[in-house]
Design a protein around this ligand. Sequence first.
Ligand code: IFM
Length: 464
Amino acid sequence: MTRKGFLTFPAGFIWGTATAAYQIEGAWDKDGRGMSIWDTFTRQPGRIQDGSNGDVACDHYHRWPADLDLMAELGLKAYRFSIAWPRILPEGTGKVNQAGLDFYSRLVDGLLERGIQPYVTLYHWDLPQALQDQGGWPQRTTAESFGEYSRVVGRRLGDRVQHWITHNEPMVMAYLGHLLGQHAPGVQDLMAALATAGNLLVSHGLAVQALRSVCPANAQVGITLNLSPVHPASETDLDRQAALRHDLATNRLFLDPVLKGSLPDELAELLGPLLPQLSPADLKVISEPIDFLGINYYSRTVVRHAPDSPLHQVAQVQPSGSEYSQMWEIYPDGIRELLTRVWKDYGATYSRGLRLLVTENGICVPDGVDYDGRVRDYRRIRYLRDHLGALWQAMQEGVPLDGYFVWSFPDNFEWAFGYTLRFGLVYVDYATQQRIVKDSGHWYAKVIRDNGLDTRPGGAFLPL
Ligand code: IFM
């Protein structure tokens, strides 16, 4: 801390924002793009709250130069985006669509010309429909196809992209996509969900190997997990045990194989025959050394023992007396708790020296355009300020954190919620595609300029 109430970040701290292909690009049938599972899912009646889809979304596919100009105006140092697999390999494997690669190549050049570092996510949930038709993620062959796709992208962009993220939130793909059926492909099958988790993990390792084989030696490769500290709803033994089970089934199912090369014994006890079938050779692939771990944090998870619930007999509780966004409890200290725990349990002992990044953090609140054209999203500013404060605290406690990415740059297609929720620093009028930088966007630009955070009461609002 340099002066009272002002939190200074290390020189070179990476200030960024994040998006995902299906949520912003639109142009679903342009230039040879194949169908993805989200094109299929959104066309099934009742799947999406407002009946919408990503056909147009923010039309970023056509408007990317102006979007990148806006990022440069706000002073962003990095931009995390995902590549749509069906643009690159419309059938999921085999014939490469050069027009798809050309699009991302131009995007990368556009970022570098503006002094913004690209952070590329290879998979943010838009599996080619052709692979789904052959069984999708519950099949091991899909993991192998992901390795092939990663090699194709790495070969084309590796000369300019230094930072690679194999997967975004595999837990969501496994459970929301294959157990709860709330996301594409809409499957509700416990076995399929856990097989998906296993194959996503293997595919991560195959992608790391593929990237290392085609990218320059200084390539930085990692994975992004959505993690959440799990708290028991009460101090009873039953609820405490429930919290441990939930931590195993959501956090440790992914952390342990990637960073320790093993599945926790307690998970084997919990899942029995449902445990993802991973051989020692698979675990070796999954734990292929990485350079950084990306963490997406939005909220903590509070759970109670619930004997009738599937998978692990746990139910989530919304504690009373907390503040909530449209989706989740607001719990800033959770990011400090999570980062220090991940560092202690995994990072500090990681042989090759692991760096951490917060690859997503943000909030959806009902935003509106005021009479003068401004979007005064003070709750978002407060959320971001409080989370950055807690994250700064984690760094004081010894966590080597390299950067922070706000979710999201523009408002966008929020999966099963369609366009009903807004997460952006930039407001999108979907009827006209006009962009308006929200007050939070201006506030974030000031944080970046200052390389630090004004936490004095009212300080967050001073630059506005
Ligand atoms: O919009 C999503 C994103 O695709 C993945 N992480 C959470 C965000 C908010 O729900």
